[in-house]
Write a new protein. Structure first.
Length: 117
């Protein structure tokens, strides 16, 4: 038996606003979109999905730290783009012995960590 990861999903309340954040500001590569879901990272073995929180259980998951960390080559440039676009930083870009890191929130308050290593 083989088990692999297909995707990880972040639940949101407004797919159009989410697309503006994840595609236009964050710059994630679009893999596909339907009325309920946007998927990112085409060709990757696993995708990141942003889905409408329609059911009560999904709505409870909106607006939290997702536990997702994205590795970013030009982290200073991306943080400037996010800031200029009105994104809210939960933790500003900071340097540490293990690299640079920031935590940004999408329009629903879902938090993503950004790191350069």
């Amino acid at each position: 038996m083989s088990v692999t990861m297909k995707n990880v999903v972040i639940f949101v309340t407004d797919l159009a606003k989410a697309k503006e954040f994840y595609v236009d500001l964050l710059g994630l590569p679009l893999a596909g979109q339907s009325e309920m879901l946007i998927e990112f990272f085409p060709g990757a073995p696993s995708t990141l999905g942003v889905a409408l929180a329609i059911q009560d259980e999904a709505r409870k998951l909106v607006g939290r730290h997702t536990g997702i960390t994205l590795k970013v080559d030009k982290i200073e440039e991306l943080c400037e783009t996010l800031s200029s676009g009105g994104a809210r930083f939960v933790e500003p870009l900071e340097s540490s012995p293990w690299g640079k890191m920031a935590v940004v929130a999408d329009p629903d308050g879902n938090q993503l960590a950004l790191v350069n290593r």
